[in-house]
Write a protein that binds this ligand. Structure first.
Ligand code: EPU
Length: 422
């Protein structure tokens, strides 16, 4: 298990190119199941979650690898084992998004029921409800979701919302099931996250007929078959947001290339409100801070609201603000594992249910801390960049799930992070 040794405080300055998006790549990798043959996906990041998804697809019968340009290829000509094994699903919950495409292609799928994780219970009831509405018979056997639709799925009007808003992977799953269903499916209260838009565009390139893309009402006219695809994965807006916060927390200046500024307005708006300069120029963006950080209130929401995947990182930034901030987590009310660890670094945080009051402090102080989940660990790295002294962040495999060699990205712009094998 690797540990990061991080010296602080540092001031970051320079250019970073944002990588392809993990959360866009995963459902698109699952979508290749729908078009028998060899698909080629460009800009898929080198992350452990991507490798796990590759293993999952190999287990189904696909051939998966990288070509000489680094593109990911998936040959789904043969799918002879439509089973998402427990050993893989327990390593990555997003494995659930093979359920819809497997059912659509094979008429049957067995996928281990994902359990909870560090950020909450994370049920999949809406995924299953949506598939049942499309005509699937679904049972739970020995911890596996067993879904069957031997005569194919049938299009229907489906409402996918819940008290929290919409579900991202739930929308992806039903969308991928519906593209091969007979007749028309309408998904009401579909997630509008850019990663869903990207998936829908990829499916249309494969021959699907989806309209209403970018809206909460997706209309899908089922087709008989899809073909393999060559597709470029969008840039990672959460990685970009994390680097923006890195510039802000270190009072530095970073130019981010390949940045989807238009998808990040909720984050950019907050940064500007607290005294950070964000200047966008096409796909590039310069983020800098000179003055003090001002306090702000944040409520996480489905897109286009403030993303839950940047809540932990923003809390770190606000812990150094002048005054009190309030953070309300509306998507995953238990997503606060970073609170106790940031407190060990002298952040002044008070948690009440899904709300954290952040009383700004003058400085953070290095401490040994433990990564608990992907975004919480990014928050600890950010804290360490600004903290006085040497911070040791253990269990960095969490960060490797979603940030490609973060130390190699941040060290050239002024960070002092070493990876220690322990
Ligand atoms: N929910 C249900 N029932 C369901 C599905 C979801 O109650 O059947 C609830 C969840 O418990 C949660 C809310 O709906 O309260 C939203 O969850 P959602 O289904 O949208 O989350 P997800 O699709 O499982 C994706 C990302 C997460 C990101 C969330 C929210 C991927 C692979 N994962 O998860 O990313 O936080 O959307 O934007 O795309 C991360 O990258 O660190 C990460 C956790």
């Amino acid at each position: 298990m690797d540990t990061f040794r991080i010296e602080g405080p540092v001031r970051l300055s320079g250019n970073i190119r944002v990588n392809g998006s993990k959360n866009a790549s995963l459902p698109i990798m699952a979508a290749t199941i729908l078009g028998a043959g060899k698909s080629v996906l460009k800009s898929v990041p080198h992350l452990s979650d991507i490798s796990v998804c590759g293993e999952l697809l190999k287990g189904l019968g696909c051939e998966v690898g990288r070509n000489s340009d680094g593109d990911l290829f998936i040959d789904s000509t043969t799918i002879d084992n439509p089973v998402g094994e427990y050993d893989i699903v327990c390593r990555m919950r997003a494995s659930i998004c093979v359920l819809g495409p497997l059912l659509a292609r094979c008429g049957r799928a067995e996928v281990s029921m994902p359990g909870g994780c560090a950020i909450g219970d994370r049920p999949v009831d809406i995924h299953l409800r949506g598939l049942r509405e499309l005509g699937a018979k679904i049972d739970l056997k020995n911890g596996y979701i067993v879904a069957e639709a031997p005569d194919g799925l049938k299009g229907k009007e489906i409402f996918l919302g819940g008290s929290f808003g919409s579900t991202v992977l739930g929308t992806a799953n039903i969308l991928m099931a519906a593209v091969l269903a007979k007749g028309q499916t309408v998904i009401e209260s579909a997630a509008c996250e850019p990663e869903i838009t990207s998936l829908a565009k990829c499916l249309n390139k494969m021959g699907a007929k989806i309209t209403g893309i970018d809206s909460p009402r997706l209309v899908i006219d089922g087709v008989k078959e899809l073909k393999p695809v060559e597709f470029e994965v969008m840039a990672d807006r959460i990685e970009a947001g994390t680097f923006m916060i890195a510039a802000a927390i270190t009072a530095g200046e970073l130019k981010l290339e390949n940045c989807r500024v238009g998808d990040m307005m909720a984050v950019i708006d907050k940064l500007r409100n607290i005294g950070v300069t964000v200047e966008a120029d096409g796909d590039n963006c310069v983020v800098a801070r000179k003055g003090a950080i001002k306090a702000a209130d944040i409520t996480t929401q489905p897109y286009p609201g403030f993303p839950t995947d940047l809540q932990a990182q923003f809390m770190t930034l606000l812990s150094l603000a002048e005054g009190n901030s309030v953070i309300i987590e509306k998507i995953f009310p238990d997503r606060f594992m970073h609170v106790a660890e940031l407190s060990r670094m002298a952040a002044n945080l008070r948690k009440e249910g899904a709300i954290v009051v952040v009383a700004g402090v003058k400085k953070l102080i290095a401490a040994p801390v433990m990564a608990s989940d992907l975004r919480a660990s990014a928050a600890l790295v950010l804290a360490a960049l600004a903290a006085e002294g040497t911070t040791m962040v253990s269990r960095v495999y969490h960060i490797d799930r979603g940030y490609e060699k973060i130390e190699k990205r941040l060290n050239p712009v002024g960070a002092k992070i070493s990876r220690i094998k322990v």
